[in-house]
Design a protein around this ligand. Sequence first.
Ligand code: IPD
Ligand code: CA
Ligand code: CA
Length: 271
Amino acid sequence: MIASASTLDQAYRVAVEAALEAGRILRWHFQRGLEIRHKGEIDLVTEADVAAERAALSRIQGVFPEHAVLAEESGEMDRASPWLWVVDPLDGTTNFAHGFPVFSVSIALLHEGQRVLGVVYDVMRDELFTARRGEGAFLNGRPIRVTRTPRLEDALLVTGFPYDRQESPLDNTREFVALLRRCHGVLRVGSAALDLASVAAGRLDGYWEFRLSPWDLAAGALLVEEAGGRVTTPQGDPLPPLGTDIVATNGLIHAELLEVLSACRAGLSKR
Ligand code: IPD
Ligand code: CA
Ligand code: CA
């Protein structure tokens, strides 16, 4: 079944409204949290997460009650529908909790397993990244493109580390060190959705991360693809609809980045 253009137009408007509304709520909680933190009390992350998700989902479900939803705080609302909304109301929880103003709202829409719409909202910078399949990627309405950096050695990369890194050997540290030695630098920003948006906007050349959740990367993956970049699994396969391991680059450095990851996997990290 082909997705109708009018449904997609409406879905795009709803996704943007939902992201902005969730963002307003996060901003309010963040600013309030800063005051409270000064008084030595605990953070309000869970409250902010839940309130932002509730607002986003009520906007989406108010217009599309028959669509399925996979959202971080509510889990999967299983409905037989070709449409699936994938929502992270607050990506960058650790930053938020520490009063570091870098976090986002991530909303994607899949149709029959294909990512068709992605919105990432950088709340404190008021930057709205949007993409629709086949129509390009935009930042606050202006087209964005990935970089043209041709080689890994000239690249600025970004990555992230899994929450269970203190227990799991699959902690991304070997890959981090190997890549740090091969390029201009490797950032750790703390919001997978913003990492991907930054690659799409040509601010960074590439990103990789393992063992994410689908809501961390569904919207950002489409941003990178629509900005002319390449998105795969670390093995170089197409990213599944609800994939959790990702490599996203400007395309030009992709093979080199995959090679380093593969060497690490084989325990043969080059240097
Ligand atoms: C996290 C962020 C972070 C990534 C973690 C994610 P959360 O999402 O995207 O950048 O490294 O793996 O879980 O918990 O802040 O929504
Ligand atoms: Ca989250
Ligand atoms: Ca997340």
